[in-house]
Design a protein around this ligand. Structure first.
Ligand code: TRP
Ligand code: SF4
Length: 327
C-alpha cells in the first residue's frame, strides 16, 4: 500500500529552539517512520519579516538544516529541501494569486495578529498578505495528503483548502485537498514564562553550548509566589517544572513535587537537577550538531539531493496545472 504523503515547512527566521523542537520537530521525526515525508526550509516565507536583512536568510537556512539533521531527520527516510531553489513554488504562487479574492487574505487571523505583533518591522507588504497563497503553492505542488502544523497555522490550511476548491470550480481537478494534522503539544514557555521565541530573547537553542544552557536555566523564572527559600512552592504554576516533565525521570519529578511544596528543596537545587537531566537529554543532539557544523559540504549535498527529488515532482504538478487551465 502506498504511504500517505506529508509535507511541512519551517521558516528560517532564526536557529531552532526547544519550542520548535518539542512543538514541531519531534512530531516530524515520528512521522518520517510511517509516511512519505517532504520537509522544506520556507526561506521565501521568512523574507516577509527579514526583508531588511536578507543576508540572514542564507545563514539561518543553514542553521535550520543543521538543527534538523542533528535532531534526527534522516535524509534516507524523508526528503529535505529548500523552497527558493524550486522556482515552481513562485510560479504556482503567481498563478494561484489570480483566483484568490483579497478579502479571504485580509480575514486571515494570523495576518491581523502579526500586523501588530512583529515589532520594528513594517508588515503591510503585499508579500505578507499573500503568505497563505505561497503556502498553498508549497502544499499542492507535492499533492500532500497531510500537513502537520501547530494549531496557530490551522486558519492557513483552511484558506489553502478554499483556494484549491476555487481552482477546481474553474478548471479540471489537479490538486489534492490536504488535511491539517494538528499537533496538540502544549506550547513550551521560555525562560521568563512567556511563549518561547527568538524575539523575546527567552529561548534555549539546539545550537547553545552546555555552558549557555546551564546559565539559561539559572536565570529561569520559577513560582513567582516563592520569594524566599523558606516559602513553599507549587510545581503546577512554576515555569521551570514543565522542563522537568520533559527531561527528568519520574523518580526525580516525584521527589521534587513534595519537596517543593514543603520548601525542603530550593529553586537553586531544583535548577541544578534540571541542568543535569536537560544536558543529558540534549547531549545526542548537541554532539551530532557539532559533527554537521564541521561538515557543511555534506549538509549542502543532502539539501541538493532533496531539492532535486522535490523539484521533479513540483515540475510535473506545475505542468498539469497549466494543462488544466489550457495555458
Ligand atoms: N507557515 C509555516 C510556519 O511558519 C511555514 C510553512 C510555509 C509551511 N509553507 C508551508 C508549513 C507549507 C506547512 C506547509 O510555521
Ligand atoms: Fe519550581 Fe523547582 Fe522552585 Fe518548585 S523548587 S518552584 S518546582 S523551581
Amino acid at each position: 500500500m502506498k504511504r500517505k504523503r506529508i509535507l511541512s515547512g519551517m521558516q528560517p527566521s532564526g536557529p531552532l529552539h526547544l519550542g520548535n523542537y518539542h512543538g514541531a520537530l519531534k512530531n516530524w521525526l515520528a512521522l518520517q517512520e510511517d509516511y512519505e515525508c517532504f520537509y522544506f526550509i520556507a526561506d521565501w516565507h521568512s523574507l516577509t519579516t527579514l526583508y531588511e536583512n536578507p543576508q540572514l536568510v542564507r545563514k539561518y537556512s543553514f542553521e535550520v538544516a543543521v538543527d534538523w539533521l542533528a535532531s534526527g531527520l534522516d535524509p534516507e527516510k524523508c526528503t529535505l529541501f529548500v523552497q527558493s531553489r524550486i522556482p515552481e513554488h513562485a510560479e504556482l504562487h503567481l498563478i494561484l494569486s489570480m483566483i484568490v479574492p483579497v478579502p479571504w487574505l485580509e480575514r486571515n487571523p494570523t495576518y491581523k495578529e502579526k500586523q501588530t505583533e512583529v515589532k520594528g518591522v513594517d508588515m503591510s507588504s503585499y508579500g505578507f498578505l499573500g503568505y497563505p497563497v505561497l503556502q498553498t503553492a508549497d502544499i499542492v505542488l507535492y499533492k500532500a495528503d497531510l500537513v502537520p502544523v501547530g494549531i496557530d497555522q490551522a486558519p492557513h490550511l483552511e484558506i489553502s483548502r478554499e483556494i484549491i476548491r476555487r481552482f477546481h470550480s474553474f478548471y479540471k481537478k489537479v490538486f489534492i485537498e490536504p488535511e491539517a494534522k494538528i499537533s496538540d503539544i502544549p506550547k513550551l514557555n521560555g525562560l521568563d514564562g512567556r511563549k518561547m521565541s527568538k524575539s523575546y530573547s527567552n529561548a534555549i537553542y539546539l545550537s547553545d553550548t552546555e555552558k549557555d544552557i546551564a546559565q539559561k536555566i539559572q536565570s529561569m523564572f520559577t513560582d513567582p509566589a516563592r520569594l524566599r527559600r523558606t516559602d513553599p512552592g507549587d510545581p503546577d504554576v512554576c515555569n521551570l517544572f514543565p522542563f522537568h516533565k520533559i527531561y527528568s525521570s519520574r523518580e526525580t519529578q516525584e521527589e521534587i513535587i513534595p519537596a517543593c511544596r514543603t520548601a525542603q528543596i530550593g529553586c537553586g537545587d531544583c535548577k541544578k537537577k534540571l541542568t543535569q537531566s536537560m544536558l543529558a537529554g540534549m547531549a545526542p543532539i548537541l554532539e551530532r550538531r557539532q559533527e554537521f557544523v564541521a561538515k557543511p559540504r555534506e549538509v549542502e549535498e543532502i539539501l541538493a539531493a532533496g531539492t532535486k527529488k522535490a523539484q521533479a515532482i513540483a515540475r510535473a504538478t506545475l505542468q498539469q496545472t497549466k494543462d488544466a487551465m489550457k495555458l
